[in-house]
Design a protein around this ligand. Structure first.
Ligand SMILES: [Cu+2]
Length: 125
């Protein structure tokens, strides 16, 4: 039972910054990447951010592909999911893991000390 998700003060990120949108399908997305939603790619940046503020996936088995676009060590954890942790330690490193998620908004974050600005919302629907 995942109780702790009430804190989702986050959800609608106004399209600030204008990250490159790779012109995906699906008209509703400020957020998302294209591609099949059973797989989500997250890139870690040495500016201590993920490449997006929010990600989207379909409920069920979600494979998260974590890529290191920087050169520091970065991790990726999901609030409320205990046994899930990805880690990339060098530039170009990729880690991946599959997790079973019910619909909801999940906070993902990097737990490396000093990296608390690395967080994003994963919306599962
Ligand atoms: Cu990090």
């Amino acid at each position: 039972m995942i109780g702790a998700l009430a804190v989702a003060a986050v959800v609608v990120v106004p399209a600030c910054g204008g990250d490159d949108d790779d012109g995906g399908s699906g008209g509703d997305g400020l957020t998302t990447q294209s591609g099949d939603s059973g797989e989500v790619t997250v890139e870690a940046l040495d500016t201590l951010r993920f490449d997006r503020h929010s990600y989207r996936a379909s409920a069920g088995e979600v494979t998260i592909v974590y890529e290191n676009g920087g050169s520091l060590v970065h991790t990726l954890l999901i609030d409320g999911v205990d046994d899930f942790k990805l880690q990339v330690s060098a530039n170009g490193d990729t880690d991946r893991g599959t997790v079973d998620l019910e619909p909801g908004d999940y906070r993902t974050y990097c737990d490396v000390p000093g990296h608390s600005s690395m967080e994003a919302t994963l919306t599962v629907e």
